[in-house]
Design a protein around this ligand. Structure first.
Ligand SMILES: NC(=O)C1=CN([C@@H]2O[C@H](COP(=O)(O)OP(=O)(O)OC[C@H]3O[C@@H](n4cnc5c(N)ncnc54)[C@H](O)[C@@H]3O)[C@@H](O)[C@H]2O)C=CC1
Ligand SMILES: O=C(CO)COP(=O)(O)O
Length: 379
């Protein structure tokens, strides 16, 4: 008689997810559905218990069944023991304090992956920079993931894609091979700056879209802000060393479209409430989940000033937040009146700003000289 071969699958890579909010929990599901052995850390023991025992997270993902193999704990040491990859999804302003506690339990060779889309208010640092500074890891141990990824849609297994970025292509590919399943596809690139800033900046434009929506403007206004917003995003990111192509990819335009159009977006929702005339304090009280865009406006404008980048839309978001601009006046003033009209008034990314033009020229020169394919999202 022929021996039956065992159908049991080899255990997947052991990974940890820190943060059991809507994105952390959804990402844990993505990883577990892709075959990884996942332990998620929740701050609150009762939430860890609910995920562990009922395979539910009713506060953040009502009605979603989580994978049976997903484990949860409120103990960082248990979540991180043996984890080869650590995915972090806490509010950006809380990253540093969380890493200080988690750091000693993270394996020396683990890859730490940021799922977050904010900058640290006090320092203006990107999340990968905070990870690098706090954990003192080699660059090849840090990756970020960004893209059009509204948590609830993905938790319902609606197909989408994202970009895994690391300065080490090998690290990006290693993460992408784990963060991938039948409904979630991970592309890779090595432009960490562009990928991270794409996620941060689209939040600000989504707040602007929400504001004009709430103020009663229609599709032309929103399309104008999305398009000009992309120019601001690209100008800014390129000034900090990003490839312009990244901003036209999933982590830039892709996420901008998803976030600007969806009522599931907290940034868009917060903007809409501001546009309807609610004060910032009321909006903050009403938002029960992380709304990164509200905290990012001030540090991003400061970083923009440091590089001489003009961001008229983001500047007007700041004024609405400060209560010094009536939401009805945010559009269609896509440029300020008291500044000279220069190349900003030209349309199209190639003419949108001198930083973009310089970067495009640099990229084309490099391509001509190297004969390699353009940087960007790769399968
Ligand atoms: N929700 C989404 O659709 C997506 C969110 N993101 C990003 O993921 C990050 C996390 O967002 P969400 O999971 O949506 O937020 P959330 O508000 O749903 O969850 C945040 C989680 O962090 C935990 N946490 C740990 N330390 C904390 C502290 N000191 N203060 C407050 N909360 C603390 C909370 O308990 C909670 O479980 C953000 O940077 C967001 O931009 C990225 C892609 C999609
Ligand atoms: O980043 C997101 C979608 O890609 C989620 O957007 P919000 O944080 O605005 O909900």
């Amino acid at each position: 008689m022929m021996a039956r071969t065992s159908a049991r699958k080899a255990p997947g890579k052991r990974v940890a997810v820190l943060g059991a909010g809507s994105w952390g929990t959804t990402f844990a599901k993505i990883l577990a559905d892709g075959g990884a052995d996942v332990v998620i850390w929740a701050r609150r023991p009762e939430l860890a218990r609910e995920i562990q025992e009922a395979k539910r997270n009713s506060d953040y993902l009502a009605g979603v069944n989580l994978p049976l193999g997903l484990r949860a704990t409120s103990r960082l040491d248990l979540a991180l023991a043996g984890a080869e990859q650590v995915y972090v999804s806490v509010p950006s302003q809380a990253l540093r304090e969380n890493l200080k506690v988690a750091g000693p339990h993270i394996h020396a060779e683990a890859i730490v992956v940021s799922l977050m889309k904010g900058v640290e208010k006090a320092t203006g640092m990107r999340m990968s920079e905070v990870i690098s500074e706090t954990l003192r890891l080699d660059e090849s141990q840090i990756a970020v993931i960004s893209g059009p990824n509204l948590a609830l849609e993905i938790a319902k297994e609606q197909p989408t894609a994202a970009v895994v970025s690391s300065t080490s292509l090998e690290a990006a590919q290693s993460v992408a091979s784990v963060a991938r399943n039948r409904y979630f596809h991970s592309f890779v690139n090595t432009d960490v700056i562009g990928t991270e800033f794409g996620g941060v900046l689209k939040n600000l434009i989504a707040v602007a879209i929400g504001i004009v929506d709430g103020a009663g403007y229609g599709e032309n206004t929103k399309a104008s802000i999305i398009t000009r917003g992309l120019v601001e995003m690209t100008d800014f990111a390129v000034a900090y060393g990003a490839h312009p192509e990244t901003l036209s990819g999933l982590a830039g335009l892709g996420d901008l479209i998803a976030t600007s159009q969806s009522p599931l977006s907290r940034n868009n929702t917060a903007g809409r409430l501001l546009g309807q005339g609610y004060h910032l304090s009321d909006v903050v009280n009403q938002m029960q989940q992380t709304t990164e865009g509200l905290a990012s406006v001030a540090p991003i404008l400061e970083l923009a000033r440091a590089k001489g980048v003009e961001m008229p839309i983001v500047e007007q978001v700041r004024q609405v937040l400060a209560g010094t601009l009536d939401p009805k006046d945010i559009a269609p003033h896509l440029t300020t009146d008291d500044e000279p009209q220069g190349e900003r008034t030209m349309d199209g990314q190639a003419q949108g700003g001198s930083a973009v033009r310089r970067a495009l020229k640099r990229a084309f020169d490099q391509l001509r000289n190297s004969g390699r394919s353009a940087p960007g999202d790769r399968p």
